[in-house]
Design a protein around this ligand. Structure first.
Ligand SMILES: N[C@@H](CCC[C@H](N)C(=O)O)C(=O)O
Length: 290
């Protein structure tokens, strides 16, 4: 009888700890060496007590297509690989320049949900072209018969009104009066695992302050509430515009800081601008699966 469980080997993995508005990442240079990131290894790295601690792990790899500079893979703290991470994309851009992997300021990168264009500015902020937001439920994915600006979902004894937006990853957006008192830890996990979202979802609680500003807290799929979620901020602007409450340029205030979002409207590319920062370099002395 063969033992199907992987063997564990002690390892020393160089990494860089980075953050974008307090959404924190362990970034691995998979261009210079190989990393085998199975879900269990990701969970060990992301563990805030026994590991390094992070919301997501970002793995930089060589591109597979000639029109991209790199491939960028994203793993949630729970070990699941996902298609999009806005704050991580800004960190990725600074990482590849700092590591000497490129000196370009305009970087094109492959992700599991398609290519992203990144622009590094003189002040160190980064603009990410997040592509065209997806509103067709099949592309989110979301189980609804047709695209709409608002949906009503059954949540046990209650009903909840929400918008659903795809940014290369799924997002549910709820409008609240006061984001500070929003039931993020209660409703967040219920919606994350709601059967209407077959791949689970990120959940944003948004308070619209003016046509050009909103406040947002996010329950992230696979990570819980974080200090900021870039893709959720983008999705919130798309939802707010669908409700007729926001304009083309919006400042999104998150617990960890602010992002500038520019979205001309349906069918158009959405651009997100914000900071990214290196926290420290280190070596993870852990167990890798072989
Ligand atoms: N923090 C990220 C999003 C990371 C992935 C997300 N939790 C998902 O599962 O889709 C961001 O800044 O966009």
């Amino acid at each position: 009888m063969s033992d199907a469980s992987p063997r564990l080997l002690e390892c020393r993995w160089p990494f860089t700890k980075m953050e974008g508005l307090g959404n924190d990442f362990v970034v691995l240079d998979g261009v210079r060496r190989n990393f085998l990131l199975d879900p269990e290894t990701c969970r060990r790295i992301a563990d805030r007590h026994y590991g390094i601690g992070c919301d997501q792990i970002l793995l930089v790899e060589p591109a597979s297509s000639p029109d991209c500079d790199f491939r960028y893979r994203i793993f949630n703290a729970d070990g699941g690989e996902v298609g999009q991470c806005g704050n991580g994309a800004r960190c990725f851009a600074l990482f590849v320049r700092r590591a000497g992997l490129t000196d370009k300021r305009s970087i094109r990168v492959e992700t599991a949900s398609g290519p992203l264009e990144l622009q590094v500015h003189d002040d160190g902020t980064v603009t990410v072209d997040m592509g065209v937001p997806r509103l067709d439920p099949a592309d989110i994915p979301f189980r609804a018969p047709a695209a709409a600006n608002n949906y009503r979902l059954d949540l046990g004894q209650d009903h909840i009104e929400l918008a659903a937006v795809g940014m290369g990853n799924p997002h549910a957006l709820l409008r609240v009066e006061d984001v500070r008192g929003a039931p993020v830890a209660e409703i967040g996990p219920l919606l994350e695992h709601h059967p209407a979202f077959p791949e689970r979802t990120n959940v944003g609680f948004m308070e619209i302050v003016s046509p050009h500003a909103l406040r947002l807290r996010t329950w992230e799929r696979g990570a819980g509430e974080t200090l900021a979620c870039g893709s959720n901020a983008c999705a919130a602007v798309v939802a707010g515009r669908g409700w007729g409450a926001l304009r083309e340029r919006v400042r999104v205030e998150l617990p960890g800081g602010s992002l500038e979002i520019h979205w001309p409207g349906p069918g158009q590319h959405l651009r997100m601008t914000g900071p990214a920062r290196v926290v420290f370099d280190g070596v993870w002395q852990g167990l890798e699966s072989i």
